[in-house]
Design a protein around this ligand. Structure first.
Ligand SMILES: O=C(O)CCC(=O)C(=O)O
Ligand SMILES: [Fe+2]
Length: 306
């Protein structure tokens, strides 16, 4: 709160923080029109919105959201914040170069975006998780560069519905690998590789396993909005209350996580500097290991207990 106040007078593009106006003027005109159709039909006419969504793979969709101007202004604003010397809160332990944008004063304007754009789309795609409204969001930037963080380990989000919006700048590589839904037999099976496009958003359930492949050149900055819905979390349908199903078979190496998976080392070498994770994984839990994995797991345990 103190930081938000301190930054207020230093904003480079104050219009980006205007929660009343929101970000509509930088949005894809056809999306704005489609949302109008949806809204004026009381949420019944979903045709126009659905026509703008591209299904990348079952359960994961992308759509054009912002224009180049928006991406430029937004990245300039972040550069300006970094130059201000104010403290930078990192989004999570795995992102050393990102920033939580709610902490620089963007929470209200992103709430406007959530109400006007994200929730309508999420409620069409994921009615159970989106429900009658989101109750909060955790919004942050991730940044990848060949000489900084290059990628992000496989994980699921503490989010009910995630929107991942690419702001550029120029880059090659850095695609997003999409695997299965957590707790399902195929959670570590490969589903798709998504190439980010500047101005385009990807939307998926937070429970979907995903990770960012290493960047080859340039830099990629994405705005991530983790939407949460308290009513859904309290309901019996909440994903974290579902049974953890037994894995169907050996994982696809592209879907392995060195921070989460107990069998990572059976398939791949730990990335440089990450070998401390060996032996610390918990996923899958013992009762949900695929058949051939059990001896591996028991062997590891027996070894550890010596
Ligand atoms: O780099 C990306 O596109 C995804 C980042 C991500 O999944 C996350 O920060 O939770
Ligand atoms: Fe994520």
């Amino acid at each position: 709160q103190r930081i938000i106040k301190a930054y207020e007078s230093k904003r480079r593009h104050p219009q980006l923080f205007d929660s009343r106006a929101g970000w509509t003027k930088w949005m894809s005109p056809s999306l704005v029109d489609a949302l109008d159709v949806y809204r004026s039909s009381g949420g019944h006419n979903t045709t126009a919105i659905l026509a703008l969504l591209r299904e990348e793979v079952e359960g994961v969709y992308s759509f054009d959201l912002f224009n180049e101007d928006f991406c430029d202004l937004f990245l300039e604003e972040l550069d300006n914040y970094y130059a201000s010397g104010l403290p930078i809160y990192r989004p999570n332990s795995m992102n050393n170069y990102g920033i939580i944008v709610n902490q620089i004063g963007m929470e209200p304007v992103i709430t406007t975006l959530q109400k006007a754009v994200l929730h309508p789309i999420a409620s069409i795609l994921y009615p159970v998780q989106a429900g009658s409204g989101f109750t909060g969001h955790h919004s942050f930037m991730v940044k990848y560069r060949a000489d900084e963080d290059m990628g992000l380990d496989m994980h699921t989000d503490d989010s009910d519905v995630t929107f991942n919006i690419c702001l550029g700048r120029n880059f090659t590589g850095a695609s997003l690998t999409i695997c299965g839904d957590s707790r399902t037999p195929r959670h570590r099976q490969f589903f798709a590789s998504y190439e980010h496009v500047r101005g385009r958003a990807l939307v998926h359930l937070g429970s979907r396993r995903h990770g960012a492949d290493d960047i080859r050149s340039g830099q990629r900055n994405n705005l991530i909005v983790w939407n949460s819905n308290e009513a859904y979390r309290e309901s019996a349908a909440y994903v974290n209350k579902q049974p953890y199903l037994k894995e169907a078979g050996a994982p696809d190496p592209r879907c392995l996580s060195y921070t989460h998976d107990r069998d990572f080392g059976e398939f791949l070498d730990y990335p440089p500097g990450k070998s401390e994770y060996a032996g610390k994984g918990w996923c899958p839990p013992a009762f949900a290991c695929y058949d051939e994995m059990a001896p591996v797991f028991r062997g590891r345990r027996a070894h550890d207990e010596l």
